[in-house]
Design a protein around this ligand. Structure first.
Ligand code: GLA
Length: 385
């Protein structure tokens, strides 16, 4: 969705919900992670990009310390108070809103109307996009003076303290700092993002996002179990984070589960560096092979894939003109990415439709994604991106 579409949508939803004009409209994109999965909470490398699908927030200050929000996509209202900022029951969307109000140190109340075209629960970071859009709105409305990185870190704290999930910084950094035509090389130890050109389009290629529509829940245990296992593997290896683990020592680990978890993270960090290098040289077959290798590692060593994600990769492999494919995001369902010749898109779609019909699953959604700008104002006010 374009900035102009975001602005009109935000204004319309706000007017319908609050019967008045908003003070402004902000937006934040979802992301796909090209490679570097489950590395961020062990201070490794990731290579995400922001995509064109966005969450839109239209907002207006209130004088009474009340925080009210309406989500158009969920058709739901929620309300809280600045004086009593506490998370509600786990899994509630409003926790992300309250979390941002708390973690940005916002001093006043606000009305928020939320909409957009980012699918929820598809593994493209709808929660981080909500956090970054709300965060930008509060930052501008109350003059909080936070940088994009500061907002991303506030979003991570909101995940930890209000959503109860110990995520890394991948999603918030991608949504906050994305740039058109670029991926972001994240060094999560340095909390630093370097934009690197990522333009498969120049070689007649494209990145397809396949939402398997298999149910996926981060707030549901599997993710946290992996975070804990990775910590135990690091402790067993005597390093503070698996970023520093020696590959030979990993193979000596006695516990096969911890060995697999550590092997994935160590090898995935190497693959990120290889993909940064290869994509800058236009070596797309090298990039594609790294995507396949990443998927194998996530499925076998890290055990976060899902039958529907594995099926996307199988269909991709048997489609002519495909360079590589892998699950993207936390896993356990959600979405996969496929690097392919633009002309192969129809064959990929047909192959997926056949496979999904055979399995009796709800049809997947497939769209081409392009590296897009990060979060900011959608209505050209101060702080526009
Ligand atoms: C989720 C988390 C991220 C990251 C990915 C896996 O998206 O929010 O911090 O750990 O899973 O790479």
């Amino acid at each position: 969705m374009t900035l102009e579409e975001s602005r009109s949508l935000g204004r319309a939803v706000f007017a319908q919900s609050f019967s008045t004009e908003p003070d402004g409209v902000w937006q934040a994109p979802g992301r796909v992670n090209i490679i570097g999965e489950h590395t961020d909470y062990q201070l490794g490398y990731c290579l995400p990009m922001a995509i064109g699908a966005r969450t839109v927030v239209a907002a207006r200050r209130r004088a009474d310390g009340v925080v009210r929000a309406y989500s158009k996509n969920l058709e739901a209202w929620a309300e809280g108070e600045i004086a009593h900022l506490e998370p509600g029951p786990r899994g509630q969307w409003f926790n992300y809103v309250l979390g941002m109000v708390a973690e940005t140190g916002c001093p006043g109340g606000v009305d928020l109307a939320i909409g957009g075209d980012l699918p929820l629960g598809a593994g493209v970071s709808s929660s981080a996009a909500l956090e970054m859009a709300v965060g930008h709105a509060l930052n501008d409305l109350f003059g909080l003076g936070l940088t994009a990185t500061g907002l991303a870190l506030a979003g991570q704290r909101a995940e930890h303290r209000f959503a109860g999930v110990a995520t890394g910084i991948l999603d918030q950094f991608a949504s906050a700092l994305g740039q058109p035509r670029c991926a972001l090389f994240l060094d999560t130890r340095q909390r630093h993002a370097t934009p690197v050109p990522f333009q498969p389009e120049e070689a007649g290629l494209a990145l397809a996002l396949v939402d398997t529509r298999a149910e996926r829940r981060l707030v549901g245990g599997g993710y946290q179990v992996r975070v804990d296992e990775a910590e135990r593997a690091a402790a067993a290896l005597g390093v503070s984070h698996l970023r520093d683990a020696d590959p030979a020592a990993v193979e000596e680990l006695g516990d096969p589960i911890l060995r697999g978890r550590a092997r994935h993270i160590v090898s995935e960090n190497r693959r990120v560096l290889a993909v940064v290098e290869a994509s800058s040289r236009g070596e797309w077959s090298v990039v594609g092979e790294a995507l396949y290798a990443s998927h194998r590692s996530l499925a076998l060593d890290y055990e976060v894939s899902h039958p529907a994600l594995d099926r996307v990769v199988e269909v991709a492999r048997s489609t002519e003109g495909v360079f590589g494919a892998r699950m993207t995001g936390g896993g356990f369902g959600g979405s996969a990415i496929v690097l392919l010749e633009t002309l192969a898109e129809q064959d990929l779609r047909a192959g997926l439709a056949r496979a999904w019909a055979e399995a009796g699953w709800e049809p997947p959604r497939c769209m081409l994604v392009h590296a897009s700008a990060g979060a900011g104002r959608a209505d050209g006010g101060a702080g526009a991106c």
